[in-house]
Design a protein around this ligand. Structure first.
Ligand code: EPU
Length: 358
């Protein structure tokens, strides 16, 4: 393992900000991560864990140790006739892992195709897209506590997953390093080809895309292809235009507020969700909440395609803020604040950032 000093973090996160880490290291195995923690605990300094760096906005240099997880390995446990269990090291890239599963006809992750980042980062914000969240396939998460070096394995329940949430973003935030994740996926080679029950096609755009692809009886590789096509069309490729995916979370509001807004803005889309009360800190007996697309709210406030210098709101998906070249952190933060203020003034809804701001 090589410890670098005063390293630019620009190549290691997708927002492309010119910021520096005081120390930087890339452990390539679980053992290297554990060794590193022993050493770190002797010198005490702030630690930042980096996976693919695809959900981060740096606002300043990081005066501590950045640990970029590069541990690789996929271990397949043949569990039973219908399901397969797979343990994946945290540093594996997410989309190649999804492809690995789809090629073997293991279902469950195909809707999550082409999401940037690493496997270790996936449970932290419970990545989700096109009607699926990763929590549906995670059996357990194995991690180490940074301060004590103690390893633990949390079951799915213990991870306390919610919409873009988990215990790793709440009480364990900044305190642990995920070492590996165990998934449980359905073996579709074992089921009748005409059985489509395992496919998640309810997110409208998927059926539309499959229809455009002329596919009437899709398999999981068709779903993957459809999702990749939608994402390529709607979302900026971080390799071409720097961004961190959805910058904001979709807000959830109670029914009363939804009704008042619908009267004033009849075209406002809304989706009812059975909400897990503990994950939003609500004190309500009625956990049905209404998800309002932040993209719609932002578009209504006139931000879609807006650009100031190199900072902008992506024209095809206003939920995504982009850095067209040399936008500074402050420029993105200013834009974020103005968007939040205008949505709040017009709709009384406070948008929350989805990206991790450091
Ligand atoms: N919309 C607009 N204007 C637009 C685009 C969208 O009004 O220009 C409205 C429409 O009503 C549309 C709705 O927003 O029906 C939903 O749009 P979309 O399907 O693109 O999904 P999203 O809710 O905006 C979420 C995730 C995305 C994920 C998509 C697809 C969050 C914060 N974002 O976006 O995740 O790909 O669903 O499932 O939940 C990411 O996290 O980086 C990410 C891209």
């Amino acid at each position: 393992m090589h410890l670098d000093q005063k390293i630019s973090l620009k190549p290691f996160h997708t927002f492309g900000m010119e910021v520096e880490a005081r120390y930087f290291i890339e452990p390539r195995t679980k053992e290297e991560i554990l060794t590193l923690l022993n050493y770190r605990n002797m010198i005490h300094m702030p630690v930042l864990i980096l996976g693919g760096g695809s959900n981060l906005l740096f606002t300043k240099d990081f005066d501590g140790l950045v640990i970029r997880i590069k541990s690789k390995g996929i271990e397949v446990h043949e569990s039973d006739q219908d399901y397969v269990r797979i343990t994946v090291q945290a540093g594996e890239d997410w989309d190649p892992f999804v492809q690995f599963c789809v090629e073997r006809r293991w279902a469950g992750l195909e809707n999550l195709s082409l999401i940037p980042g690493t496997v270790g980062a996936a449970p932290i914000q419970n990545i989700g897209a096109y009607g699926v969240e990763v929590k549906e396939t995670i059996e357990s998460v194995h991690f180490v506590e940074i301060d004590s070096g103690i390893q633990k394995r949390f079951t799915n329940d213990e991870c306390d997953f919610g919409y873009r949430e988990s215990i790793f973003k709440k009480s364990l935030k900044g305190k642990i390093i995920i070492l590996d994740v165990t998934f449980r996926l359905l073996k579709t080679s074992a089921i009748d080809i005409s059985n489509q029950e395992h496919l998640k096609l309810d997110y409208g755009l998927i059926r539309e895309e499959l229809w455009m692809m002329n596919i009437t009886r899709p398999g999981i590789s068709d779903v993957r292809e459809a999702v990749c096509a939608i994402r390529r069309r709607k979302l900026p490729d971080p390799a071409k235009v720097a961004n961190a995916g959805s910058f904001f979370k979709n807000p959830f509001i109670p029914e009363e507020q939804k009704n008042v807004l619908c009267d004033r803005f009849p075209s406002m889309p809304w989706y009812p969700e059975q909400f897990d009360v503990k994950n939003v800190g609500l004190n309500s007996d009625n956990p049905v909440m209404f998800k309002i697309p932040a993209a719609w709210l932002i578009e209504q406030c006139g931000w879609k395609g807006h650009r100031e210098g190199d900072a902008g709101v992506y024209p095809d998906q206003p939920l995504v803020l982009v850095n067209y070249g040399n936008a500074g952190c402050q420029q993105i933060l200013d834009l974020m604040k103005r968007i939040i203020d205008s949505v709040s003034d017009r709709f009384g809804i406070i948008l929350e950032p989805e990206v991790n701001i450091h």
